[in-house]
Design a protein around this ligand. Structure first.
Ligand code: PMP
Length: 347
């Protein structure tokens, strides 16, 4: 997804010779003092911008968000080995399936009956669960939790891959939250895992070394070579977000952007968004015309007009506007202007 132009330009200037040290970040040792400063600044900015309490560790790991689908049960199923999962989309389902071999994995609720167009409010929760698992923002289907469910037992675990840093989150409400970088943070490579300290070190005996949170927690996320360039880009992007006023400020912009687009769609009889209004994502806005050929034409013509990556995920078709932090208000306005023009020409 988009990164702020200022961040890309800064990285471009730094790319060949990082601050006159004679090397690129892509070349330097992860044990060098230059890289260590980047690494520590990235961790400190994450802690500051997300207001992460002192009793939580921030881990920078590899393997994408998907690797945490296995790491979570392997690290957390330490008591009853029971966990409750809410399946609100493709990634939640993948996480649910991945966890199955490691314990007694139960379905607390699913919104598959209505093509994941809503967030289930009625949950069947276990008395003895080690954790309750949710996907807080559903990237493909465009839903999100506007309030968090409370586990009956154990802690709340949330995949925040597509909404991290987009809205204020109270970290103390979660046992674990984690996100792949490639939406609101940096290019793919680093995965951020924020975990309450007392949950670290209780992993199952079969947990591979590289999936144990304790491995990276004990080594300040430098147990092995980290994805240095992705972490460097994250650091630059976090600096940029701090200058913009932090998460609370970007949340206002995100609410404004999403509001413009949803209002336009709701007032149109040509475009439709089928997500339950109370559960709509601020980041991902899927929409359709109701005619597959017309949708394909929309995607092709939008591309010619500089509106890129607007094709909906193959599971849902149609269009999807991913309006992550870096998408400016002007980008959303340009999309709406194009939608108006396309409607006039194709109605
Ligand atoms: N969870 C969510 C909510 C996602 O949007 C994605 C990626 N689009 C993933 C998990 C998988 O992430 P990764 O590709 O980093 O494994």
């Amino acid at each position: 997804s988009m990164l702020p132009l200022k961040v890309l330009k800064h990285a471009q200037e730094d790319f060949v010779d990082y601050q006159g040290c004679g090397m690129s970040v892509t070349e330097m040792s992860h044990r060098s003092k230059q890289y260590d400063a980047i690494h520590q600044e990235c961790l400190a900015l994450l802690r500051e911008l997300m207001n992460v309490p002192d009793n939580y560790k921030i881990l920078l790991v590899q393997g994408g968000a998907s690797q945490q689908f296995d790491a979570i049960p392997l690290n957390l199923l330490s008591g009853s080995k029971v966990a409750d999962y809410v399946v609100t989309g493709n990634f939640a389902k993948k996480a649910y399936k991945a966890a199955k071999p490691y314990g007694d994995i139960r379905l607390a609720a699913s919104s598959e009956d209505k093509t994941y167009t809503y967030i289930p409010k009625e949950l069947t929760l276990s008395d003895n669960a080690d954790y309750l698992y949710i996907t807080q923002n559903n990237t493909i289907f465009g839903t999100r939790y506007t309030s968090l469910p409370t586990p009956k037992s154990g802690v709340l675990v949330a995949d925040v891959s597509s909404n991290i840093l987009s809205e204020v989150m109270d970290v103390s409400k979660y046992g674990v939250m984690y996100a792949g970088a490639q939406k609101n943070v940096a290019p793919a490579g680093v995965t951020i895992v924020i975990v309450r300290e007392d949950l670290i070190g209780k992993e199952q005996a079969i947990c591979p070394t590289m999936l144990k949170w304790s491995t990276q927690a004990d080594a300040d996320s430098l147990y092995n070579t980290p994805p240095c360039f992705s972490i460097y880009m994250a650091m630059l992007n976090l600096r940029h977000l701090k200058k913009l006023g932090g998460v609370a400020e970007i949340q206002k912009v995100n609410e404004y952007k999403a509001g413009l687009l949803y209002d336009f769609i709701d007032n149109s009889d040509f475009y439709h968004n089928y997500v339950n209004k109370g559960d709509r994502s601020l980041m991902n806005v899927p929409f359709v015309t109701g005619d597959k050929d017309l949708d394909a034409k929309f995607v092709a013509e939008a591309g010619k007009n500089g509106l890129l990556s607007i094709k909906g995920h193959k599971l849902v078709g149609g269009m999807r506007a991913s309006i992550y932090n870096a998408m400016p208000v002007e980008g959303v306005k340009a999309l709406i202007e194009f939608m108006k023009k396309f409607e006039l020409e194709n109605k």
